[in-house]
Ligand binder design. Structure first.
Ligand code: GLU
Length: 466
């Protein structure tokens, strides 16, 4: 198929904060769509909001994309490095009559809107600097730096077939003559985005549906430039679990916050993919499968709700599947962030193998593993309930056995068994007591396997004072 080689998608975040989950999701769709059709995925940084853009945010966005594994084929391009290009296009448009300089001051614009409001009209730019045949424009005031406005077609309808929402149409009379270049020479979003999508030969634009109202302007500018139109797909917002728009105030919305909370990138991608797209009833799938399936159909028209419990379930699945050596490194980082130095990666791998089935996040895995490196403190209730006076002789016998055996799981199991026989107690009594003393909690995986993770010295020290 010849068209399959020409698909080009992009993600164009603004570096005014971290990478949002919503942007990560549209990045995933754009990436998967390009991969599905053997095309290219471009990363562009839209940094024209100079006051709010920061280098720190650029770095966070790049790190998030890399962590998610959404590899771009081109970029990152930075809009602020392309000002000359925007200026050249503006000049072309002015020459062609599709853009014009407007010398209205902010005060004048305020007065214009106020008068419109008084007349009960919807506020709009009244076109006073828009050239027209036979129209006399005022002389440009020397002391005002003009903006450049796009001469939007005055009538007709802008239609497009949205890849997500279906047919959309907006009447041109509802749209103002948009400012495309500010007095300081920085372009506005709706203009720069078009020049870039054109120059970068973007064929498909997936983005959040907060941009639907911008799309008619962009389509009109594409047409004014004689540029080929991409197809647009506007994905609905993501709702928080309270049904409100997902926002900073309603829990973490940055990708990096989830990384730090112990989620795996493949779990995030799998979960994000399903928030607004489906392939039959599939809930758990690899990136390869997603690329194979993602052809721009089956995108949901209505907002999806963020479901932390489902995300935890998806993450637990990937934690179970993850190689123990990989988890060991992640647990090591997590422990380091708590000030716990754990240098023995092979121990961390063995611990991960033992505990990962019970964990939904790397943080939980680190919670389990921490007891191998720092002193534990059992709760008084657990001590009273499990480490009873009646059991102490058995615990002492066990300690003596453990001091004398080869230190491995089988020998530890035998020592436990011998102790049970000698004292006529049950494993259901002895094991919780050992757990409370050694691990600080009454429930763990099989006690012989858990004890084998510790050094003999550490176990004996924790069984010391009984
Ligand atoms: N910079 C815009 C944003 O972050 C990009 C929108 C688009 O994809 O066109 O929302």
């Amino acid at each position: 198929m010849s068209h399959t080689t020409s698909v080009r998608t992009r993600i164009a975040p603004s570096p005014t904060g971290f990478l949002h989950l919503g942007t990560a999701r549209t990045a995933l769709y754009s990436w998967a769509y390009a991969r599905h059709f053997g095309g290219q995925f471009v990363l562009r940084i839209e940094d024209t909001d100079v006051a709010r853009s920061t280098q720190d945010s650029v770095e966070q966005i790049l790190a998030s994309m890399q962590w998610l594994g959404l590899q771009h084929d081109e970029g990152p391009m930075y809009q602020m490095q392309r000002l000359e290009r925007y200026h050249a296009v503006v000049e072309q448009m002015i020459a062609a009559g599709t853009a014009y300089r407007c010398y209205c001051t902010p005060d004048e614009l305020d007065a214009m809107r106020e008068a419109q409001r008084e007349r009960g009209e919807k506020t709009h730019y009244d076109g006073r600097w828009r050239p027209a045949p036979g129209k006399n424009l005022p002389a440009p005031p020397a002391d005002v730096k003009p903006v450049v406005r796009f001469a939007n077609p005055p009538d007709g309808v802008v239609n497009w077939l949205d890849l997500v929402k279906g047919p959309i149409s907006i009447r041109n009379e509802e749209i103002d003559d948009l400012i495309i270049l500010r007095p300081d020479g920085v372009p506005t979003y709706n203009f720069a985005v078009v020049v870039d999508d054109w120059d970068m030969a973007i064929t498909h634009v997936f983005r959040g549906d907060e941009h639907i109202n911008n799309t008619p302007w962009q389509i009109n500018i594409f047409r004014a430039l004689g540029a080929p139109l991409p197809l647009f797909g506007h994905c609905p917002i993501i709702l928080g679990d309270d049904g409100q728009k997902l926002s900073k105030r309603r829990g973490a919305v940055s990708v990096t916050a989830y990384r730090d909370a112990g989620y795996l990138p493949e779990a995030m991608l799998n979960y994000l993919a399903r928030l607004g797209w489906s392939h039959g009833d599939e809930e758990l799938f690899s990136q390869e499968q997603m690329v194979q399936w993602f052809d721009g159909t089956h995108l949901a028209k209505s907002p999806a709700q963020w479901d932390p419990a489902k995300l935890a379930w998806v993450n637990a699945h990937y934690i179970k599947q993850a190689a123990d050596e990989r988890l060991a490194v992640l647990v090591q980082e997590q422990l380091a962030s708590r000030g716990v130095a754990a240098s023995d990666l092979s121990l961390l791998a063995r611990a991960s193998a033992l505990f990962k089935d019970r964990c939904s996040t790397v943080v939980e895995l680190a919670d389990w593993t921490e007891m191998l490196f720092v002193a534990v403190k059992a709760g008084p209730e657990d001590l009273a309930l499990h480490v009873t006076d009646g059991l102490k002789p058995a615990l002492r016998t066990l300690r003596d056995h453990l001091a004398a055996i080869d230190w491995d799981k089988a020998a530890i199991a035998a020592a436990l068994k011998d102790t049970l026989t000698a004292h006529q107690v049950k494993l259901g009594q002895l094991a919780p007591a050992v757990r409370v003393l050694v691990c600080g909690r009454a429930q763990t995986p099989s006690i012989d396997a858990v004890l084998a993770l510790f050094s003999r010295e550490a176990v004996l020290a924790r069984l010391q004072h009984i």
